[in-house]
Ligand binder design. Structure first.
Ligand code: ADP
Length: 469
């Protein structure tokens, strides 16, 4: 099948969070299964053209230029260069989100098929992601490809003042589906226009349909019926492998975990934590309300008053960052905080911590807990969204239900107690590290979803049967 995968970020070229990882790994997994996939993303100022060997593509003059990375894993990564993207940030800078984001991503979304054409590629499936590329659903039927929209996080819906709609609709007429509460609503428009909508875990698919996590879109999502599908994300198990990870000071695997202790000692030293045998809890996170940092801030002093160490790497909300920074001063040697985005340190935290904390208010899928499982750091998570689908309470990690600091502290204490009983802990680590979250199973599920939309020439009857469901 020919698939054009459009994303506002794609690792390793640009990344602010999980979407960047998915936009690399899922297309690669689909290409491995024999599909012809092109990934398209904007060429931001922060994308290092030289390091990635990007080359301009010769094409008819248009209002953008197209660049290509050297073919990787049997597939093409292409980038749209335009003035709107020629600045450092992906979505914004120190002063917050860029004011012209509606214009930026409408511009990108409207040029997806023209960019594909410049590559001589005519996709059967246009796979879009989140509000930034949701307007790409307007390029679909009747003449265009079938469209799939994946919701990675319903908390971000792309709401803008209505006058921004001029970037999307030349005639100035805005279809009702593309508005909500008097605003231009890009994700809502995409949900109502796409042929199929997916989200990144089965539990989250249920939650956004039936609970307050629908963020005001419950009706639209319920109306999709079986055209809303939850497919779990995977991780790139080759790139995330503690047996070979060049960022780790020592290596380990499920079969031989001896290197993990050295990773812990090195992490303590790197972060200025006491070199003691304390229970070391790590966090690598966007610093945002969604991630449960308010719970952590409330419980921090209680937690650190015992023999526990906490290592946090994150960046985001300046007010939350400031509160965390203030707490560091109270707990020297026990609480290490690094603000910023640092993939190398992230890996050393996964590798060196005993447990990994994710007290999320909601979590569509979550990749961090998958990295943590693979690196033998047992996740302590709130039972929500994809965390329910990937962590098993008492077997590979620890759950808490209520979004309350006491519930989180209780789960951390339970984990710590298990850790003190070495054998039970080691059995859990063994199980966690052997879990398979490779992309192959997810890629197969996406393939089935695409097959519902695109006629299979080998069995035309099959798609008629599907269409009539
Ligand atoms: P979200 O997409 O909501 O931010 P996920 O858990 O799905 O959360 O994905 C987060 C990804 O980004 C993980 O790969 C995590 O390791 C990485 N990450 C988050 N914050 C940082 C940071 N400050 N430095 C390095 N990596 C980070």
């Amino acid at each position: 099948m020919k698939i054009l995968f459009a994303s506002s970020e794609v690792s390793p070229f640009s990344k602010t969070g999980g979407l960047g990882d998915v936009a690399y790994a899922l297309p690669v997994a689909l290409a491995k299964r024999g599909h012809d996939v092109v990934v398209l993303s904007p060429l931001y100022g922060c994308v290092d053209r030289r390091r990635h060997g990007l080359e301009p593509v010769a094409h008819d003059p248009m209002d953008f230029r197209l660049w290509l990375a050297p073919e990787k894993e049997n597939m093409r990564f292409a980038f749209v260069e335009a003035q709107l993207f020629d600045r450092e940030g992906v979505y914004g800078g120190y002063e917050g989100d860029y004011a012209d984001n509606a214009a930026r991503f409408a511009f990108f979304s409207r040029r997806l098929l023209r960019a594909a054409q410049a590559l001589g590629f005519s996709p059967q499936i246009l796979h879009l992601n989140d509000w930034q590329t949701a307007p790409g659903t307007l390029l679909g039927r009747p003449e265009g490809p079938r469209t799939v929209l994946t919701i990675h996080n319903l908390g971000y819906q792309g709401h803008f003042p209505l006058e921004e709609a001029r970037h999307l609709f030349d005639d100035g007429l805005v279809p009702a589906a593309w508005t909500h509460w008097g605003k231009l609503a890009l994700l809502r428009g995409g949900i109502c226009t796409a042929d199929l909508v997916t989200t990144v875990s089965p539990t989250y698919a249920r939650e956004i349909r039936d609970t307050e996590l629908s963020f005001g879109l419950g009706e639209e999502l319920r109306a999709l019926g079986d055209r809303l599908v939850g497919i779990l994300n995977g991780i790139d198990v080759e790139a995330w492998n503690p047996a070979t990870d060049p960022h780790l000071p020592a290596h380990f695997s499920a079969d031989d975990r001896r290197g993990k202790a050295a990773c812990k000692r090195a992490l303590q030293e790197e972060l200025g934590l006491e070199p003691s045998n304390a229970f070391l809890v790590g966090m690598v996170t966007r610093i945002a309300g969604q991630k449960g940092l308010d719970l952590l801030l409330t419980a921090l002093d209680t937690l650190l008053a015992s023999d526990l160490q906490l290592a946090i790497l994150g960046s985001g909300d300046p007010a939350l960052e400031e509160e965390l920074r203030r707490a560091v001063g109270r707990w020297p040697g026990r609480f290490a905080l690094r603000l910023g985005f640092d993939e190398s340190l992230a890996r050393r935290i996964y590798g060196g911590s005993d447990a990994f904390l994710m007290p999320s208010l909601y979590e569509p899928c979550g990749l961090s807990q998958l990295h943590a499982l693979r690196y033998g750091s047992l996740p302590i998570v709130r039972a929500t969204g994809g965390l329910c689908d990937t962590v098993q309470d008492g077997r590979t990690g620890f759950f808490f239900e209520a979004y309350r600091p006491e519930a989180m502290v209780e789960a951390i204490r339970r984990a710590e107690e298990t850790w003190r009983n070495r054998q039970g802990w080691e059995e859990m680590v063994d199980r966690a590290m052997r879990e398979d979250f490779s992309w192959d199973a997810s890629a197969r599920a996406y393939e089935e979803a695409y097959a519902r939309l695109v006629p299979d020439p080998a069995d035309p009857g099959k798609n008629r049967r599907d269409a009539s469901r």
